[in-house]
Design a protein around this ligand. Sequence first.
Ligand code: ADP
Ligand code: MG
Length: 242
Amino acid sequence: MTVLSIRDLHAKAGDTQILNGINLTIRAGEVHAVMGPNGAGKSTLSAVIMGKPGYAVSKGSIMLDDVDITSLPTWKRALAGLHLVMQYPTEIPGVGIDNLLDEALAERGSDRSRLAALIGAEAERIGLDKSLTHRSVNVDFSGGEKKRNETLQLAMLDPRIVVLDELDSGLDIDALRDCARRVEDLTNERQLGVLVITHYSRIFADLKPNFVHVLAKGRIAASGGPELADQLERDGYDAFNA
Ligand code: ADP
Ligand code: MG
């Protein structure tokens, strides 16, 4: 069974110390929500897990099963089974969604003989106009189309663990429901492990968290079940920012 283990993770963004000892264990099929005030380090955590350039681990480790991925380049982490859905999806002019998936699956050694049919089926399932899958990735897409596209890529690439950095930002309610449900289905159908970063518990109506963590000042300040999200929605983060 897949386990992502983050141990005593300290990290800098540029020259600034942001993460101050994060501990998280995410197992196959589990949904862990990370909530926290602006500037707490949530996006930094997602960047450090994925190995984004410009961020440096100063202490601690990230393990995917028995592989220490702490200092692997991003592409090796992706091949190991990690995937990040970014808060602000990147536009890639000149690269079609279908081309991107073809290359990525070739790199994984996957069978691509039914690729077009599978992309079409996923597009239908996530409510993305099929014609968009031949267009440049995210270029001139609406906010909803971008996140539907990112969710389609997630389903096609079939990672073992995904980090969703504010999947719910820039989305209308229908798109949010469709994307959240698709991820929830992946946790049940393929035992996908999820780290979902969010400000709002609305996403939990469709993507059910097993655990909720509060990230404040670069640390996990509290952990609990879904009831913790209700408490945050009611009381805010004041208690954790002192
Ligand atoms: P969150 O996603 O929780 O809102 P971030 O992880 O984006 O927070 O940012 C945490 C802090 O790190 C902020 O104060 C931000 O300005 C700072 N930060 C983020 N990226 C960098 C960077 N590349 N260089 C310097 N500081 C950064
Ligand atoms: Mg952020």
